[in-house]
Design a binder for this molecule. Structure first.
Ligand code: CTP
Length: 398
């Protein structure tokens, strides 16, 4: 998404300026071209020379330099840019941009640029929470500009609270996602992904569960977000860090997953059910930890859980419904039956007994099966590659 993009990075005066040096380096590594415009105050923290060396371009600071790279510099920079990014953005530059003040080079460039703009506010918590700053941020949002929420934690001024400039890697990720929502092939699509296994409690310390790690579903969520979709990931317990730019809803039981899925179903375009859903729940959940009593076997009575995907198949209007079938035998027959029973548009079938397939692996060996009986078979691939291949296929079904 960043390859070949021309970015004007506005850097204003705050202690977080040092992070912007790393930010420039990261943007360039992803293929972007960066021109830095600094406020006078920013130059007190880091010299323009540092930004010049790291960006590979001259740094602009003042309107009144004798030697300009461009003839009418503020207009030329505004025209050159595909995107303007201000990081760190002080309360001062936010106020200027919100009120059309153009009293230095950066504020003038911002006013002259009818281009996408992302602000990364960084300041003391009280300054950030001041109604004036909040109103200015809202004004910027109304102009259609994007605000990246600052992080919370210890601030340079000694206080703790909101106002930290996010880490450069997070800012790059944010910019990439913004560009994906504008240009990605799945932009504008609401995609709901379920992942990992649901768990059914037996008593306060034990549960009935399965071996699903969540890797496949998380890879689908990551790939869809990278392609610009608005992704909701409804996940059973998993040890994996969720991908960025995805709304994550954590659930535990099948009923909780069903409720979360049904709540969002109407507004969803595509549902990808990679979760390994517990088909049964305990008839009774013991209030206290179950103790061993003699040598008798412990008998658990299990009730059948609802089939979430089948329910969606009954409710579906415009949605594309994709199921997963992890099987240990009769893969194709079982998967084909599930397509019919659940009214699916396709199913991703995998034989979890094959080497490199199924739970906990980073790879998978899958077949795509369609209602008309068509089957596409793939070699072993990374789960991220499976996810992207699946999304390519889904695009043809929309
Ligand atoms: N699924 C679901 N709700 C359930 C069970 C399964 O939504 N109660 C979904 C899974 O997320 C998956 C698909 O249905 O996308 C197939 O799941 P699988 O466990 O393979 O099949 P089941 O229908 O449960 O059948 P069985 O366990 O008998 O193979």
């Amino acid at each position: 998404m960043l390859r070949g993009k021309k970015i004007v990075l506005g850097v204003t005066g705050g202690i977080a300026v040092y992070k912007s040096v790393d930010l420039v380096s990261r943007l360039r590594k992803q293929g972007a071209e960066v021109r830095v415009v600094m406020s006078e105050a920013a130059t007190k923290f880091v010299t323009p020379l540092t930004f010049q060396e790291i960006s590979g371009n001259a740094v602009a600071v003042s309107m009144w330099n004798e030697k300009h790279e461009f003839r009418v510099e503020h207009i030329a920079l505004a025209e050159w840019a595909d995107l303007l990014l201000v990081a760190p953005a002080t309360a001062n530059i936010i106020a200027k941009a919100a009120n059309g003040i153009a009293d230095n080079l950066l504020s003038t460039v911002l006013l002259a640029a009818p281009k996408p703009m992302i602000f990364c506010p960084a300041m003391n918590t009280n300054m950030l929470l001041h109604p004036a700053t909040q109103e200015n941020l809202n004004k910027l949002r109304k102009f259609g500009y994007i605000i990246m929420e600052p992080g919370s934690g210890p601030l340079a001024c000694g206080t703790t609270g909101a106002g930290r400039l996010p880490e450069p890697a997070e800012i790059v990720e944010f910019v990439r996602y913004y560009l994906a929502t504008q240009e990605g092939d799945l932009r504008g699509k609401n995609i709901l992904v379920t992942a990992a296994g649901t768990r059914e409690p037996i008593d306060p310390v034990r549960f009935v569960g399965n071996r699903s790690s969540g890797k496949m579903g998380y890879a689908v969520a990551q790939a869809a977000a990278e392609r610009g979709a608005k992704v909701t990931l409804i996940s059973g317990p998993s040890a994996i860090t969720p991908p960025p730019n995805v709304e994550v809803i954590n659930v535990e039981t099948t009923f909780e997953m069903m409720e979360a899925v049904l709540q969002r179903f109407t507004d969803t375009d595509i549902v990808i059910k990679a979760a390994a859903v517990a088909d049964y729940r305990c008839h009774e959940i013991a209030k206290q930890k179950i103790k061993k009593t003699g040598d008798d076997a412990l008998v658990l009575v299990l009730d059948k859980n609802p089939d979430i995907l089948k329910r969606l198949g009954e409710l579906k209007t415009k949605q594309v419904l994709v199921g997963f079938a992890a099987e240990t035998q009769n893969l194709l027959e079982n998967a084909a039956q599930k397509i019919k029973k659940k009214n699916l548009d396709m199913i991703v079938a995998n034989d979890v007994t094959l080497p490199g397939a199924g739970f906990n692996y980073d790879t998978n060996v899958v077949k795509f099966i369609f209602p008309d009986g068509k089957i596409t078979t793939f070699e072993k691939m990374s789960k991220l590659a499976v996810a992207n291949t699946l999304l390519d296929e889904i695009k043809t079904l929309i």
